[in-house]
Design a protein around this ligand. Sequence first.
Ligand code: SF4
Ligand code: SF4
Length: 385
Amino acid sequence: MRETSDPSLISEVRKYGVFNARGCFNCGSCTIVCDLATASASFPRRTMQSVVLGLKDSVLQGLDPWLCHDCGDCSDTCPREAKPRESMMTLRRYLTAQCQWMGLSSRIYRSAAWEIGALSFVAALVLLLIVLYHLYVVRLAPSAFTTMSMGLEHMFSRITYFTLAVFLIPALIITSHAARMFVLTMRCGPNAAIPLKFYLAEAKTIFLQMVTHKQILMCPATIHRRRWLMHWLLAFGCVLMFVIKFFFLRWFQTDNIYPIYHPQRWVGYLGAACLVIGSLDMLIGRFRKREPMRRQSGCSDLILPVLFLLTALSGMAVHVLRYTGMALGAHYTYAVHLMIAVPMLVVEVPFGKWSHMIYRPLALYFTAVKQRALEGQMAEGAKAA
Ligand code: SF4
Ligand code: SF4
């Protein structure tokens, strides 16, 4: 079936960042140098040309921008300084916006003011909830807010439900976006006919990619091994914190102070250390700008690592204040911790940069399914012949 051209596509994509493909003279050097490009996934050149030609359906159905792992080798090689790496990053933002139905990703990716505004709005909402809770549930007089040393224990029964809501709401929203990605990429054109057996046969791919992040290791340079380690540490820290907060929150909801050798403390310390090391490495790299993939960093690239770092540091401060008996300080610091962690989860997971933790493994899974279906067709064709 012939695809019609949409000449407005390139200007639409450009709203999401750098897209310099008009300077490209199609030499193919970027695709040759890319360790992740294959015969069936010939990016970044072909993907960029699809945008230039206005082939919107191909772009929306394409998974290639998610296969790129942002190493920057292509931009270093390009003789025309067409910035293919940055173009792929812009396309990922564009595709993320197409996968969600509320329009918030589109605003957040196009304007740092919107991202900061959305985070600040949720932080203000959290503060309001904390104040209302103390006024109307705890019945604390406003004058006692700065003097009454209550510790954290009085809110334990409520914070369990609050924490579950803060994890489950973004999880539900991003699941709906993942469903839209499936419809856009796998239920259109020839992919619509791919039988269920191929999805089941490749189910392991999504878990493998989520756990190992091995796509980064397919770029063999040493610099990417270090990057993989830091990325993995950050993701491991997030998973550890999620497991602790979602399944074992009661560990922290006790009046007892655990001794230093207690495993609960060390699991928390490990998670916090991973978050601090991973986010600091990301921030230092972006400020130094030595690595190709760090050279073009916008405000939105800094916001997520800053939030990770502040969440970990404020959580550690709560822990220290609580264990040293500074109840009022722990109380206030916990409020600040919630005002950082909750907006990060509610805004960045379903609508911001953190959503890539779902889109990228899904894209790798769908690509593997397509490949398996193609091999199945070829095997059947060979049998028939
Ligand atoms: S290397 Fe540059 S000029 Fe050559 S195809 Fe890639 S983007 Fe275009
Ligand atoms: S940034 Fe790296 S992985 Fe992405 S297209 Fe360029 S060379 Fe390939």
